[in-house]
Design a protein around this ligand. Structure first.
Ligand SMILES: *Cc1c(COP(=O)(O)O)cnc(C)c1O
Length: 467
């Protein structure tokens, strides 16, 4: 399988190359040259298979020659062996139509572990082959940082520098990053906002003084390997609920459009998905885009679901690429215009085909709290704010009552226990596996919100690409 850029201006890469590359050199995102398919008979057979077996079947065509089948199996077994539930991503029933897909049984209590545990192992394997050193630089508003640090801590040939806005993430989120003690993990608290931290990271990727000496890479969901790992649980859940004979709908709490794009890929691969509900909070660029064609960035409003407080959804470009008939030149122009004006009107024909599969909902804070209480009172389930936004959208999506709707439960409620307690009166307890989080020692470097200070710190602590 080869990968091409959504902007049509980069040479094709194989899976190993695309995993280490992140963003394409023309500014686009990598996508496979075609969507592989899985037959109805194979989907039916998945009902009795383990998560790892399904993962291997779904990922194999994307991985191609970059891993042998036994290497792929070993990687999946190692990644998913760290999950606290033996089903990896179990389903929980809420009522006759509504289900939760619990994606938070990984080491850091959010769904990002599903993809990043794989990615950490893939990095280590591919870097050993190429005898190369990688410097991962990222900015986080919470969940990505902790999942990436857990996945990369102690791995050979990779350093991770994670910036977070000082004092603006939850105690649990911060401690999940700063209490990981490994020589290749570097936490940086920036005096500034998440956007300031993110802007510094972007500037570093375009700084030749850095990129000439170091192989720097990102771990956010523009990385294809992350999306690939997320396709698996759509097949897992749908086959448990009767696919391919019965259609299933999914409701996805959405920020960067990564998780829900994985559902789109599952549909292209042959999984009979009735609808994908794109659930947003008040930061609703995707809802405006899918309902009215208005893809224009506003300013971010902080909410109780911080991982969805995003105004520009990077992975939306991958959908626009398909909707444009995979016309890289046309998309390159659309995205360049968008980068300048921060606004785009999606053409009617593209919008119409998007609506064959997607519906969207904007969920305000009251509706979110109501969904938390409903799940608690009707099914005894305590859910986190992100999941509650998905569930609220699912309940308002007017899906045919005979079609099961699966809401992706993207975070463990204990990760956002203050917000959960405010809405339900229940204070979720941290699972045993991270129960001593508040007794562990923290290590973190505080830096001013200035690019030069961050650059100086990273370049004097990272290893050169060929060192
Ligand atoms: C990252 C995250 C999301 C949003 O996922 P995207 O792939 O960015 O759309 C939703 N919920 C939680 C808890 C997250 O950590």
């Amino acid at each position: 399988m080869e990968y091409i850029s959504t902007r049509g201006g980069s040479a094709p890469l194989n899976f190993e190359q695309v995993t280490l590359a992140g963003l394409a050199s023309d500014g686009g995102l990598y996508v496979p040259t075609n969507w592989p398919t899985i037959s109805k008979a194979e989907i039916a057979a998945m009902a009795g298979q383990s998560y790892v077996d399904i993962a291997i079947r779904v990922m194999q065509p994307f991985v191609g020659d970059s891993l042998t089948e036994s290497e792929l199996r070993e990687t999946c077994e190692q990644a998913y062996g760290r999950f606290a539930h033996s089903a990896v991503t179990p389903l929980a029933q809420l009522d006759g139509q509504h289900w939760l897909l619990e994606l938070f049984h990984g080491p850091t209590l959010a769904f990002k572990d599903v993809a990043l545990q794989m990615l950490g192992l893939l990095f280590e394997k591919f870097l050993a082959r190429q005898d190369k050193h990688l410097t991962v630089v990222g900015a986080t508003s919470g969940d990505t940082g902790s999942a990436a640090i857990d996945a990369l801590a102690g791995r050979d040939k990779v350093d991770i520098f994670m910036l977070h806005p000082d004092g603006r993430i939850s105690d649990v989120q911060r401690r999940q990053m700063t209490t990981v003690r490994a020589p290749n993990v570097h936490n940086i608290a920036i005096d500034g906002s998440f956007d300031d931290a993110q802007a510094m990271v972007k500037r570093m990727f375009a700084d030749n003084e850095v990129t000439d000496r170091f192989a720097i890479s990102a771990v956010n969901s523009i990385n294809w390997a992350r999306l690939m790992a997320q396709i698996v649980y759509y097949f897992y859940a749908a086959s448990q609920l009767g696919a391919p004979h019965r259609k299933v709908a999914f409701s996805v709490p959405t920020g960067n459009f990564g998780d829900v794009f994985a559902g789109y890929v599952a549909a292209q691969m042959g999984l009979p998905i009735e609808r994908l509900v794109v659930a947003t909070n008040v930061n609703d660029i995707l809802h405006r885009a899918l309902s009215a064609g208005d893809y224009s960035a506003g300013t971010v409003t902080p909410t109780a679901a911080p991982s969805m407080d995003i105004q520009v959804s990077s992975n939306f470009e991958r959908l626009l690429f398909d909707l444009s008939g995979r016309d890289g030149a046309a998309l390159s122009k659309m995205m360049t215009d968008f980068d300048q004006s921060r606004s785009m009107q999606i053409p009617d024909n593209m919008l119409t085909s998007a609506r064959d599969l997607f519906v969207s909902h904007r969920v305000d804070p009251d509706e979110m709290a109501l969904a938390m209480r409903w799940a608690h009172e009707n099914a005894g389930q305590v859910i986190d704010p992100h999941t509650a936004i998905g569930l609220s959208a699912a309940r308002n999506a007017e899906i045919d009552p005979s079609v099961p709707i699966v809401t992706l439960a993207t975070a463990h409620p204990a990760k956002f226990r203050d917000a959960v307690e405010r809405s339900t009166g229940v204070r979720p307890i941290l699972p045993k596996r991270i129960g001593d989080l508040f007794d562990r020692h923290e290590a973190c470097t505080k830096l001013p919100g200035e690019y030069d200070a961050v650059k100086e710190f990273i370049t004097s602590n990272a290893s050169p690409a060929n060192g």
